[in-house]
Design a protein around this ligand. Structure first.
Ligand code: CP
Length: 382
């Protein structure tokens, strides 16, 4: 493992730029602000690792609403909020009144009227999740403005149809732990077979749009029919013009050849992800279940898209860094042997998400954060 790269120092001017900031997609943040976020995440991880408590937002309420299942991101949210002295509350989105016709903006106003931060996962339906999160934010902001309340309630996208920004930022931190500067590194984001469910497109979309901004040579690989959205492909191509590169192949071996990093995971076939939109709008649960069945049948045409020992041997020196956002379908997306070799690594990759969320919440909510962190450290050293 190489040493952690130098990151932007924690100066208050840089931190001021992320104060009151929500994270809806990484693309909406400047590289400077993403550098500040990672530097802050590293600082908070360092303090946590030394057992220094960071109750920077005491007695505040951190809501997270999940319209899909989650293990890691819920854990990251709760762990981050608790370490900041906040009270985390995690709500199942299906238990809100959204399914009874309450709009996202109304829900935002109602949840936001007494909250101090809000995370949202809404990732299953193309074209809906990111728009929903924006409406929630609008609802909160309008309520606070209308009532003359100056409280800031930053919104954190905990995965939508477009992006999974806390995941891709955690992945970037883990990549930097292992590779240092990403410039010139070959990173493969590949589709892999899954028999479990038709997964959202937002993890690969988040990766191709973020990593191309940091000079990486990104290869996207998938079978025909598994394309990502046009908008995110155009974004990745545009970002790559800054020094990295971006290419698409339909052959997993070709994508693995000489790669420094491989990130093989499943996502849903594009036409079936689109078919979900109409069935969901019609509230047709039978049709949604039928589409899910068709998606798994489609996946089953590509069971040979697995990250196994033979494919890993094609990578640079046969020892690329294996990454996965988890959960992985072991025996389908990845062979048991490859996963066994990398299981601690993928857990460490996952754990960066907690520090990313901590950095987002502390960065958005704490004025004079640089001084506050210095003071916590000095107190601990006394
Ligand atoms: N990778 C990830 O977001 O995991 P969860 O779905 O368990 O939150």
């Amino acid at each position: 493992m190489t040493s952690t790269p130098t990151s932007t120092p924690l100066d208050q001017d840089a931190l001021d730029a992320v104060l009151n900031k929500s994270l809806l997609t990484t693309q909406e943040w400047s590289v400077d602000d993403l550098d500040t976020l990672r530097a802050l995440a590293r600082t908070l991880a360092g303090l946590d690792g030394r057992g220094i408590r960071t109750p920077l937002c005491p007695n505040e309420l951190a809501w997270a609403v999940f319209f899909d299942q989650s293990t890691r991101t819920k854990s990251a949210w709760a762990g981050a909020a608790a370490r900041l002295g906040m009270q985390p509350v995690i709500v199942d989105g299906s238990s809100t009144q959204v399914s009874h016709g309450e709009t996202a903006a109304e829900t935002g106003a109602m949840l936001g009227m007494n909250a101090h931060a809000m995370g949202i996962r809404h990732d299953l339906i193309l074209g809906e999740g990111n728009a929903f999160i924006r409406d929630i934010k609008r609802g909160i902001d309008e309520y606070l403005r209308a009532t003359g309340n100056h409280r800031q309630v930053p919104i954190v996208n905990l995965q939508c149809d477009v992006d999974h920004p806390t995941q891709s930022m955690a992945d970037l931190l883990w990549l930097e732990d292992n590779l240092g500067d990403l410039a010139g590194r070959k990173i493969t984001v590949s589709w892999a077979y899954s028999p479990s469910y038709a997964k959202p497109l937002s993890v690969p979309q988040g990766l191709i749009t973020l990593l191309t901004r940091f000079g990486a040579h990104v290869t996207l690989a998938h079978p025909s029919g598994y394309q990502l959205t046009e908008a995110t492909m155009e974004t990745a191509e545009g970002n790559a013009s800054g020094g990295g590169s971006f290419r698409v192949v339909d052959d997993m071996d070709e994508a693995f050849a000489d790669a420094d990093v491989v990130y093989p995971k499943s996502w849903g076939a594009h036409d079936l992800m689109l078919a979900r939109v109409g069935a969901n709008a019609a509230g047709d649960k039978d049709e949604l279940a039928a589409i899910e069945g068709r998606a798994l049948e489609r996946n089953a045409l590509h069971t040979d898209w697995i990250c196994d020992e033979r494919r890993m041997s094609l990578t640079k020196d046969g020892s690329a860094l294996y990454m996965h956002c988890l959960p992985a379908d072991i025996g389908a997306e990845v062979s048991p042997g490859v996963m066994d070799l990398h299981k601690v690594n993928v857990a460490r990759e996952a754990n960066w998400k907690m520090y990313v969320v901590m950095a987002l919440l502390a960065g958005a909510k704490v004025p004079d954060l640089a001084a506050a962190l210095t003071s916590l450290e000095q107190e601990a050293n006394r």
